[in-house]
Design a protein around this ligand. Structure first.
Ligand SMILES: *Cc1c(COP(=O)(O)O)cnc(C)c1O
Length: 358
């Protein structure tokens, strides 16, 4: 038996054990073919069945309307930054600057055409979501990052936009209901909440494509991948297999609506302890707190205890709670597969640390 741990890694994330168990079995024998999942041909009916199931689970769980299609590709969310500009940027685009990932998306677009930050929370190290800005109507699209993985802020409401809305949902996809019809494109890496590293999802409004005049290289053209059902080239079969198993697990526990309630409760539990405990303080503005990545630091005057808490928590089995270097302190990523028990273990650990050091 491996050591009992509670995994709060920001990504690659904790995955449901059943998905890992099914992947292990498929490594020996994929779908009764006698062939390892690693050696199958992706041009077989057994693999087609996985692709079809995965696509329909996406549609079912997120209530994706017929106007949209979902594709699965390689290259990470970071390559999607370029896809976005290639497929949608004609004259000008606006980006909401809510952190490092939003900034990288913007920078990639600036290499293709005119793109600018419409508002930014950089002045306070991205600890809030900018308010009071309006969406201009002379832009090709507005790009937002719904969950800011590094800073623990989240846009929980679907924005009403007069221009096409594009969202990087890498770290909060499938954690709560989303009105997909409000977006022309939703994309992200699977490894934060819906699968292992190696595959991205892109939910595309089909009639939003084909509006730019540039030549789009084949591999960067969403139309190609929609037409070929994500099999223009060899898909990342292992990653897609586990993503499919992860979505099957999500469906079995009641889908996005059910996990949303569980996620809300987990976040409430952890934030309540951060607010109560005299040794810790949250970093994000309360109204913008993320339900996925909970960031906190030692309370003023208690900074000297940081390393001590890290080793105390490690000893208690907490994995991955060191904060990102640009924020410091601690970050607990409490994605879908993280349970209320995991969160409670961290809370108990914080309480015990206060008892000893308070
Ligand atoms: C992790 C992350 C990315 C980058 O994902 P890669 O797959 O590593 O390229 C982009 N956006 C957000 C919001 C992320 O959390």
């Amino acid at each position: 038996m491996p050591k009992k741990v509670h995994v709060f890694n920001a990504g690659p994330c904790l995955l449901p054990q059943v998905a890992i168990d099914h992947a292990k079995a498929a490594l020996d024998d994929f779908a009764g073919t006698g062939v390892s999942l690693l050696s199958i041909s992706h041009r077989t009916k057994e693999w087609d069945a996985v692709m079809d199931e995965c696509r329909s689970l996406w549609h079912e769980l997120l209530h994706i309307p017929d106007t949209h299609e979902v594709v699965f590709l390689g290259g990470g969310a970071s390559l999607q930054f370029l896809y976005v500009a290639m497929n949608y940027l004609e004259k000008k685009a606006a980006y909401l600057d809510t952190g490092v990932w939003a900034g990288k998306a913007l920078k990639e677009a600036q290499g293709i055409g005119e793109a600018y930050a419409i508002a930014s929370s950089k002045d306070r190290n991205y600890c809030y979501i900018p308010k009071g800005w309006t969406i201009p109507t002379d832009i090709d699209y507005l790009h937002i990052t719904t969950n800011n993985t590094i800073y623990g802020t989240e846009i929980l409401k679907d924005i009403d936009s007069p221009v096409p809305l594009i969202a990087d949902m890498s770290s909060d996809i499938m954690s709560r209901p989303v009105d997909v019809s409000k977006y022309d494109l939703i994309y992200g890496g699977a490894q934060k909440n819906v699968g292992p590293a190696g595959v991205i999802f892109a939910i595309v409004r089909k009639d939003s494509l084909g509006r730019v005049s540039r030549h789009i290289p084949t591999m960067l053209d969403y139309r190609v991948h929609i037409d070929k059902l994500s099999m223009f080239n060899t898909p990342p079969v292992f990653s897609i297999f586990i993503m499919n198993e992860t979505l099957k697990w999500l469906k079995s526990i009641g889908g996005v609506e059910a996990i949303c309630e569980i996620n809300r409760k987990k976040a409430d539990t952890l934030y309540a302890e951060i607010d109560r405990n005299s040794l810790f303080t949250g970093t994000a503005d309360r109204e913008d707190r993320s339900r996925m990545n909970v960031c906190f630091v030692m309370a003023p005057g208690k900074e000297g205890l940081q390393d001590s808490f890290l080793s105390f928590a490690k000893e208690a089995g907490m994995v991955g709670i060191k904060g990102h270097r640009s924020v410091g302190g601690f970050r607990a990523s409490i994605y879908n597969a993280c349970t209320q028990e995991d969160v409670q273990a961290l809370v108990d650990c914080m309480k015990e640390f206060e008892r000893i050091n308070g």
